[in-house]
Design a protein around this ligand. Structure first.
Ligand code: AR6
Length: 177
């Protein structure tokens, strides 16, 4: 992989709600009205005004993305995307890919230069981490190649285990050109 691309992708372990970036991505559900996991953490930290804005949006289909303000977060925006509930056969990979693509597209439309993703669908929605990681990294690399305006994409993983999966995949991928 070309070094310029490598510099635009970072992998971190931690809590996405702590990040100072233009936008963080929320792994939401189709109602956009909050839930558990990273969605719950984002709503708690952003404060109640987030829920009011989400109510006005009126939901989001799986694979699509919607943007709101970040409110009490350090991030200026939240991009809410809805990952697929994992099924072994079916269109889960396409839908998960759409989540990354549509979130990045929305970022460009809103002049967002730095954006952080959690492991969409890898909690309650049951997506296997290694398969999801490949989709996240490959889709993002393809997108960044064509869109120079995004300066930094951070993949932030809550657990050490998931962080290691991303780090291993990313380093093997970048060594293979
Ligand atoms: N920062 C970064 N990653 C986090 C954080 C955090 N603060 N909290 C959890 N994770 P999940 P899903 C990780 O379940 O599978 C919600 O109820 C977590 O360890 O949040 O897409 C929604 O409302 C896991 O690796 O999202 C939906 O109903 C990853 O984030 C449903 O869950 C995603 O786990 C969406 O399920």
């Amino acid at each position: 992989m070309i070094p310029e691309l490598l510099n635009r992708i970072a992998i971190q372990q931690g809590d996405i709600t702590d990040l100072t970036v233009d936008a963080i991505v929320n792994a939401a559900n189709t109602s956009l009205l909050g839930g558990g996991g990273v969605d719950g953490a984002i709503h708690r930290k952003a404060g109640p005004e987030l829920l009011s804005e989400c109510r006005k949006i009126g939901g989001c289909p799986t694979g699509e993305a919607r943007i709101t303000k970040g409110y009490e977060l350090k991030a200026k925006y939240i991009i809410h995307t809805v990952g697929p509930v994992y099924r072994k056969s079916g269109n889960s990979p396409e839908l998960l890919q759409n989540c990354y693509e549509n979130s990045l597209r929305l970022a460009i439309e809103n002049n967002i230069k730095t954006i952080a993703f959690p492991a969409i669908s890898c909690g309650v929605y049951g997506y296997p981490i290694r398969e999801a990681c490949e989709i996240a990294v490959n889709t993002t690399i393809r997108f960044l190649t064509d869109h120079p305006s995004i300066k930094q994409v951070i993949f932030i993983l809550f657990s050490r285990e998931y962080f290691d999966v991303y780090t291993d995949y990313f380093s093997s991928h970048s060594n293979n050109g």
